[in-house]
Design a protein around this ligand. Structure first.
Ligand SMILES: [Zn+2]
Ligand SMILES: [Zn+2]
Length: 316
């Protein structure tokens, strides 16, 4: 049976706080995009994995975070340019909307302050602190966390994820973002399906198939004036491939990618198509947590001989 996963990196200002210059349009689109995506998911009844930056769930902060082992200056933007922008630093209202949605979304983690886990400067202590803070806040909100999405897909410190009891993370896509990926999947007919795998720590890697906003700027405008939105066509191809080959297609985005009405149209077209194909076929829509559960359970903890019900499938 084929399935589709949609995951979102929900971060407001945290996705950009270490960048100079700031991509202002993206920064300012975070709140609107979050609400629009929640509405679209409700309209088409699409459960998604929402990986939320933990800091957004705080009631307030001093902008210093003295106990946090981040490098000096990591929280500086909070104390300076964004001191009077709590709307970029906190998002309790939006997290509430997510948790109260009529759709059964998965609440996941996108770290505490968007630290890059694969960076050489991120030591184990910092990775532990990011996990600890995120899970503590989630717990205060009554949320259990199964899945983790690495900031900027920078995979690292997987052992720490396992230590904190997580089950899944989103691995990098085998397909290039943007024009190159479009070329590979259309002209070269490269598959957009991905295979979830269990790593040496017992974590399930649910790789991304496609970033839905990898093809932007002037090239997008030209392409859209000639054809239909190429990203919609590529996503439809991925969904159809999941149906045809009983595989997994995993698309992802940030709510802040919805900077213009045409971005809303893109997401509406994709989710509408997904909902239609689900109704017409045996295609299912899963979260990353769902995928991790079905991949891990049949294999059991010893790597494949013990069945979920305790029965023996192999020789011993
Ligand atoms: Zn803070
Ligand atoms: Zn992010």
């Amino acid at each position: 049976m084929g399935s589709v996963v949609c995951s979102l990196d929900a971060e407001l200002g945290w996705g950009f706080h270490d960048l100079e210059p700031l991509p202002t349009e993206r920064v300012e689109a975070g709140r609107r995009g979050w609400s629009t995506m929640l509405e679209l998911c409700e309209e088409f009844d699409i459960p998604a994995t929402w990986a939320v930056v933990g800091h957004l769930m705080l009631e307030g902060c001093d902008g210093v975070h003295e106990d946090h082992p981040a490098p000096d200056g990591w929280f500086e933007r909070e104390r300076t340019d964004w001191w009077d922008r709590p709307d970029l630093r906190f998002g309790r209202d939006l997290v509430d909307d997510l948790l109260q949605s009529s759709v059964d979304h998965e609440f996941a983690s996108h770290s505490f302050s968007h630290v890059l886990f694969g960076a050489p400067s991120t030591d184990r202590e910092l990775a532990v602190a990011e996990l600890e803070c995120s899970l503590e806040i989630a717990d205060q909100w009554g949320q259990h966390v199964d899945s983790f999405i690495y900031p900027r897909n920078d995979v690292g410190h997987r052992d720490v994820l396992a230590e904190f009891g997580l089950n899944a993370y989103r691995g990098t896509s085998p397909t290039y973002d943007g024009v190159r990926g479009l070329f590979d999947s259309t002209v070269r007919d490269q598959t957009m399906l991905v295979e979830p795998t269990v790593d040496e720590y017992g974590l399930v890697n649910v790789p991304a198939s496609m970033f839905l906003f990898g093809f932007e700027g002037p090239a997008r405008t030209v392409a859209e004036s000639i054809w239909q939105d190429p990203m919609v066509l590529q996503a439809k191809r991925g969904i159809d491939e999941a149906v045809r080959n009983d595989g997994l297609f995993h698309m992802w985005l940030h709510p802040n990618n919805l900077t213009h009405p045409r971005d809303d149209h893109r997401m509406r077209a994709i989710l509408e198509y997904l909902s239609r194909r689900r109704a017409e076929t045996d295609l299912t829509v899963e979260t990353m947590g769902d995928v991790a559960r079905r991949v891990r359970v049949p294999r059991g903890v010893d790597g494949g001989t013990v069945a979920a019900d305790g029965g023996i499938m192999g020789d011993n």
